[in-house]
Write a protein that binds this ligand. Structure first.
Ligand code: FMN
Length: 375
């Protein structure tokens, strides 16, 4: 609530600054600088550890929800709702935030709930709570039971506010063998198998599937319209909603909304995107593919949990990651890709590249009060 009202005050201030400087001229530059400042303040407020870990259960539960919202999630739609009860927290889908074009069966939506659950479970231990998560098929969500236990701040917990999806070219360095083993241990479990690919020939093979998936999506008007609806072309747009894909977080410049929407189709083309993915894969140390044992929401969320654990372990080791899900999103490509990774009849759920690179600007999250369901 506090964070939300602070942000609203900043935005209201911006409106005032904009009006005053319009009279004086130079409105664009001044506005931009103030919006960038407001964005930086929102980032600091979002990507932080709690001030105290010795809090009573109700306050700890709110903080656990905040940590959960810092998880990766498809298009940053944040498709979740949380209900805090006496000794449990339920993680429920917010179907209004689904992505019918890229994710028609809500696979990524349930994977995103799994990502949030993994953060919640990792954070619970820091508050002296043991969290046991189980998929509740009847309720269509995940239930996390909490019991008192000795507090432990694990490296994965410490990594939660440092993790980000880094959509840049990496530096091509190889990940040491012992770190690959740690990534493997983090990304397997609960019926989910992780397959790691690090040989150059394998990465070129995977690039061909990525290009096939991307080419199909870039030729799909519904996919593009949905993506555009979740793009945030400048600081003000991103601050207005606290969700979506902020241009700077993808390594792109900010633009006025009207200009961004107008030129998007001219600048972002099938060929430009395929070239970008070539450079991204060829500079990555490897690719991780997560394959769950059943094609149903419980398993999709288990794959999300494994991918989030992998991402946290990578972050703890100074390794960056970025999802590249096109080969598993386009059904015609997914079948061939399943053969390539030896998934048999199983569905490859998610995939990421990993390697080394500097951090990019951060994405935002909605405040806890906006994602809480009544108890
Ligand atoms: C199920 C799922 C699918 C995703 N697919 C992609 C993807 O294909 N490409 C991509 O760049 N990011 C993808 N992401 C990453 C999200 O866009 C990212 O988590 C979100 O924008 C928030 O940013 P953050 O991870 O830096 O906090 C995916 C995330 C999840 C959980």
């Amino acid at each position: 609530m506090e964070a939300l009202s602070r942000r609203k005050v900043l935005l209201a201030g911006l409106a005032g600054v904009g009006a005053a400087s319009a009279a004086a001229g130079g409105v664009v530059l001044i506005r931009n600088a103030h919006e960038a400042g407001a964005y930086d303040a929102a980032v600091l407020d979002t990507w932080r550890h709690s001030d105290s870990f010795e809090t009573p259960l109700p306050a700890a539960s709110r903080e656990l929800v905040r940590y959960a919202t810092l998880a990766a999630n498809s298009h940053n739609t944040q498709p979740w709702r949380f209900r805090i009860s006496d000794r449990s927290i339920s993680v429920a889908p917010d179907l209004a935030r689904g992505l019918p074009s890229v994710d028609p069966d809500n696979h990524h939506l349930f994977a995103s709930l799994g990502c949030a659950t993994e953060n919640l479970v990792q954070a619970a231990r820091a508050f002296g709570l043991r969290a046991t998560a189980s998929f509740d098929a009847a309720a269509g969500g995940i239930n996390v039971d909490l019991e008192r236990s000795p507090p432990i701040k694990s490296p994965l917990f410490e990594a939660i506010p440092q993790r980000q999806s880094t959509r840049s070219v990496f530096d091509g360095r190889a990940v040491p063998f012992e770190h690959l083993r740690l990534l493997e241990a983090a990304g397997n479990g609960d019926g989910v198998q992780l397959r790691l690919f690090t040989e150059r020939k394998q990465l070129e093979d995977i690039l061909a599937y990525l290009v096939a998936g991307n080419s199909a999506q870039m030729g799909d008007a519904a996919f593009i319209a949905e993506l555009k609806a979740w793009l945030r072309f400048n600081y003000a747009e991103a601050l207005e909603t606290d969700d979506g894909l902020f241009s700077k977080a993808s390594g792109n410049p900010t633009l006025p909304s009207w200009l961004g929407r107008l030129i998007f189709g001219l600048v972002v083309t099938k060929d430009s995107e395929n070239k970008k993915y070539e450079a991204q894969i060829r500079s990555s140390s490897g690719v991780a593919v997560f394959i769950s044992d059943k094609n149903e929401p419980a398993s999709w969320s288990a794959a999300g949990r494994c991918s989030q654990r992998f991402a946290l372990q990578a972050t703890a080791l100074g390794i960056r990651h970025c999802f590249i899900n096109q080969p598993v999103e386009v059904p015609a490509v997914r079948g061939q890709f399943a053969n390539y990774v030896g998934a048999g009849a199983r569905r490859p759920d998610l995939m990421m590249r990993f390697g080394y690179a500097p951090e990019l600007p951060r994405s935002l999250r909605r405040a806890v009060d906006q994602v809480l369901l009544p108890a």
